[in-house]
Design a protein around this ligand. Structure first.
Ligand code: ADP
Ligand code: ADP
Ligand code: ZN
Length: 216
């Protein structure tokens, strides 16, 4: 199963991707996570990406395409993968098509998580993750069962992203509407687009996605 999750920052892509990983055993390929790892490691790519990410703008297509193209060749992707946060431009979408067809693969579905803009700033501002295992949480919407302790791994260390602030969110939302939203029409025309109501409770969104995946 090869899936793409589409939606603005804070829509719930990462949250739902983590659940699909648990259920279907295919990896989540988050270009945001991969880029943040490159920034922490201080690689050449990380150095080029850092300022762009901090400003909430999109990293250049050739960088992210190269990262994804290499990643999907890894053995753990042989049964499929979830692309979270990629493609984000029409150039990236076309590159995805070429990458997959060169390997004789195709896309199973594109799932759009639809949300009202008004909730996005709050979702992003309240977001944090486990520093050890990456599990995602929210200050009010999704707290760990025991305060300060990760449900998944028991770690007591959490982190927040430097770009999860109100000002950067506005730039990221503009980038979404300008560069990424055109992909909705692109995938609709290919008969691949499915949409779920991302305003619903997290579990309800998961159930909607499950129903789509069951029908593939
Ligand atoms: P994205 O990967 O699309 O940027 P995330 O999955 O990181 O978004 O979600 C952003 C924040 O909103 C997280 O803190 C998450 O816990 C919370 N969240 C995700 N889905 C929902 C939902 N359906 N209702 C309320 N909060 C949600
Ligand atoms: P969110 O979960 O809020 O949607 P991501 O973690 O996916 O954010 O992305 C964080 C930042 O990483 C983006 O603002 C952008 O600078 C960069 N980035 C991630 N994926 C891509 C991509 N496919 N193309 C260009 N830039 C990207
Ligand atoms: Zn954890």
């Amino acid at each position: 199963m090869r899936l793409i999750l589409l939606g603005p920052p804070g829509a719930g892509k990462g949250t739902q991707a983590q659940r699909i990983v648990e259920k279907h055993g295919i990896p989540q390929l988050s270009t945001g996570d991969m880029l943040r790892a490159a920034v922490s490691a201080g690689t050449e790519v990380g150095k080029r990406a850092k300022a762009v990410m901090d400003a909430g703008k999109l990293v250049s297509d050739d960088i992210v395409i190269a990262i994804v193209s290499e990643r999907i060749d890894a053995p753990d992707c042989s049964k499929g993968f979830i692309l979270d946060g990629f493609p984000r431009t029409l150039v990236q979408a076309d590159a995805t098509e070429s990458m997959l067809s060169a390997k004789g693969l195709d896309l199973s579905a594109v799932i759009e998580i639809k949300v009202d803009d008004v909730v996005l700033a709050d979702r992003v501002a309240g977001r944090y993750t486990c520093a050890n295992c990456g599990a995602g949480y929210h200050d009010t919407n999704l707290k760990p069962k025991v305060e300060g302790v990760c449900d998944k791994c028991g770690s007591t260390h959490f982190k927040r992203r430097p770009d999860d602030n109100a000002e950067t969110v506005r730039t990221r939302m503009s980038a979404y509407y300008k560069e990424t939203a055109p992909l909705l029409g692109y995938y609709y025309a290919k008969g691949k687009l499915h949409s779920v109501d991302g305003m619903a409770e997290i579990d309800t969104v998961t159930a909607e996605i499950d129903a789509i995946l069951a029908g593939l």
